[in-house]
Design a protein around this ligand. Structure first.
Ligand SMILES: [Zn+2]
Length: 249
């Protein structure tokens, strides 16, 4: 029996002399772990259509167990990402968290589309920045890392982890426009008074909190348009990593 899937190739691992084990996130069944026989031998076309982060149509032959990869044809190959170190670093961080969170074989079209949108958005941002001269000033800060964090916040939200962003999670007072803190272990955003005794709390600037509110209230494609600074991007990275640790605890 053969089954067709639309899939994002996430990772691959060599097994034995010529075989591979692939991890795909599919539109039809969520995460799939599939073996491929002889894929590394000369002339194996499958390999060219199953590179990391490609959107690809795959055919899986199912006789017993998880099945084996019988065919693949890439729909989007995201060429720009492959040559961009920053983009690859961001995607590697996101992929690591994503694979640990999405273990189950369960269809989730929202998450599938979100993943495809993230890869598209990163591909586009590499295209845009590579046409300009490389400049390390705040204004021209590369947005890939922000895109990755916005994706994770949307992913957490879809899993039911949505944090209130208007009041302190402990004392419930309205948050002042000043430096606040974040701790998923203590319910989300904390005012400075309440954060004092919380060992997990991370700093949260006014602008970072604004960015989180915007991501909360807009869909991913709209949230991409925010202008952010390197400082906001790095706070969001710490916070989204922290939430992953908390979810997976
Ligand atoms: Zn408080």
């Amino acid at each position: 029996m053969k089954e067709n899937y639309l899939a994002v190739a996430l990772t691959k691992r060599d097994v034995g002399e010529a075989d591979r084990l692939y991890t795909f996130y599919t539109k039809e069944e969520g995460m799939l772990f599939v073996g491929a026989k002889g894929v590394r031998k000369m002339g194996a076309k499958l390999a060219a259509h199953t590179e990391d982060y490609m959107l690809t149509r795959i055919v899986i032959a199912k006789n017993f167990g998880p099945g084996t990869l019988a065919g693949a044809y890439s729909e989007k190959s995201s060429i720009q990402i492959r040559g961009d170190y920053d983009a690859l670093c961001t995607l590697e961080r996101i992929r690591g968290i994503f694979i640990r969170l999405m273990r189950s074989q369960q269809q989730d079209k929202y998450v599938f589309d979100l993943l495809v949108d993230l890869i598209d958005a990163i591909e586009q941002s590499v295209k845009q920045t590579s046409s300009k001269t490389k400049d390390l000033s705040e204004e021209s800060y590369r947005p890939q890392e922000y895109l990755g964090s916005a994706f994770l916040l949307k992913l957490y939200e879809s899993m039911g982890y949505r944090f209130p962003l208007d009041e302190c999670a402990v004392c419930e007072k309205s948050l002042e426009p000043e430096k606040n803190f974040f701790s998923a272990y203590d319910g989300g955003v904390l005012c400075s008074g309440c954060a004092r005794n919380m060992p997990h709390s991370l700093p949260l600037d006014v602008d970072t909190l604004k960015a989180m509110r915007l991501i909360n209230t807009h869909d991913f494609s709209q949230a991409q348009k925010v202008i952010i600074t390197k400082r906001i991007a790095s706070q969001l990275q710490l916070i989204t990593d922290h939430i992953a640790t908390w979810v997976l605890r």
